[in-house]
Design a protein around this ligand. Structure first.
Ligand code: MG
Length: 132
């Protein structure tokens, strides 16, 4: 499954054709086939998420502030960003697999919590706290 390439497979694996459950299954299969479950302990995964996030941040280190359009105009940079973002996501989904966390439920609950904390049209002082 992972080695299939070409236009058909690249189109098939786009977000609009793929569920989170599909991706979680790919990660679980990839890890199981290599007998890596022994390494995918929660602590190791938390560290790996942070390490890959740091690799993503490194791509922006020492850059001036860039708009999304400016970043997208650099094809080589975009390729590196895609890879590091995929690394972060892979470890996040492996942690979800290992701990039986339903990502959609967790994300929905967190967004609802944030919506209560930051109501629409509320003036926010990002450096301090929410103003009422
Ligand atoms: Mg990486």
């Amino acid at each position: 499954m992972f080695l299939k390439t070409g236009f058909f497979f690249e189109q098939w694996f786009m977000d609009k054709h793929t569920t989170l459950a599909d991706i979680k299954n790919w990660i679980a299969q990839f890890v199981a086939e290599r007998d890596w479950n022994q390494y995918h302990q929660p602590k190791n995964l938390a560290m790996s998420i942070s390490i890959e996030a740091a690799e993503l941040m490194e791509l922006f280190q020492w850059h001036h502030i860039e708009t999304p359009a400016e970043v997208k105009a650099d094809a080589e940079q975009m390729a590196r960003i895609r890879e590091e973002l995929a690394d972060v996501l892979a470890y996040c989904l492996s942690m979800a697999n290992q701990l039986d966390i339903d990502i959609a439920t967790a994300l929905h609950q967190k967004i609802e919590k944030n919506a209560r904390k930051y109501p629409v049209h509320q003036e926010i002082d990002w450096y301090n706290e929410v103003k009422t």
